[in-house]
Design a protein around this ligand. Sequence first.
Ligand SMILES: [Zn+2]
Length: 306
Amino acid sequence: MNKEGLSYHGKTDVRSKYADEKVIKDINHYTLNMGSGKQINIYVTDDYDQKYGKEFAYGELGEMLSAIEEKRGFKPYDLPHSSLDIYFYTNESNTPLPPDRQANTGAWILNCGTGMPNEIIMNASRLHRDHRQTLVHELSHYFDNQSYFTMSKNTYLNYGGEDFYFWLSEGAAEYCSCFYYSYPANTKNKLATFDIKDRASIFQYAIQQAGGRAKVIEGTSLRSFADIVKASKGNYGVILALYWYIAVQYGLEQLHLYTKYIAEHYTSSGLISMEDREDTTRKFFNKTESQILEEWLVYFNYFKSE
Ligand SMILES: [Zn+2]
């Protein structure tokens, strides 16, 4: 699928949940047809196009979705109750869309197995790197929302807590953004694409995300994968570093099987002991979470600047 599936329909008025259902007036409307299922709606302000170049990021949406689909093994837009509306704007665009948010994927009803409506906002005023990488990150959340992953959120919360779910979700989204889609050269503007692909570049990303803090990771006793979120103050470089490390050392497929197994094997309220968790991790990686974390810290030299 490529740009052939993208059609322009002129300007329209539309309501967004992100704008509390207020009307966004006179916004450019495109639809993307992926060849089956629901059309995807793309809304773009003139200001976004003027600043970043016509079709920047959204012109590649079809290729991005195809690339993720290939890895995730399903087409979310085929689900009968799924839908996707994406907004590209800036704070100068004069819309009621939120000025203070960067990029976000939202859903306002639960997915009961047949998909759910999603909106993605892309506020270019708050994005400082190539928006395409942020868009692919958000699309990972869209795939999660249409799958067992978000449907099993309460099970993950019961299994490992809020930070465990956060790590699985954001780790997968960062991994997707870095490894699932090959970005063609950016010919539309001067925004840089972060080339994150190996230990050295992920290390640098974590240091950069820490904003020059001397310590990227605080504290040394990491017992559960969830612990890295607080220990790094939610550093996306660190979150990616662990997700990537497990994918490389034990196989991305094992990581996916582990994620799915938790959703299928546990429930949202049953008691889960430390032994259960150790058995689960051993089943897929032959090690406990704390053992993997220890070797991961050594591999990344405890994220001390090199
Ligand atoms: Zn995210």
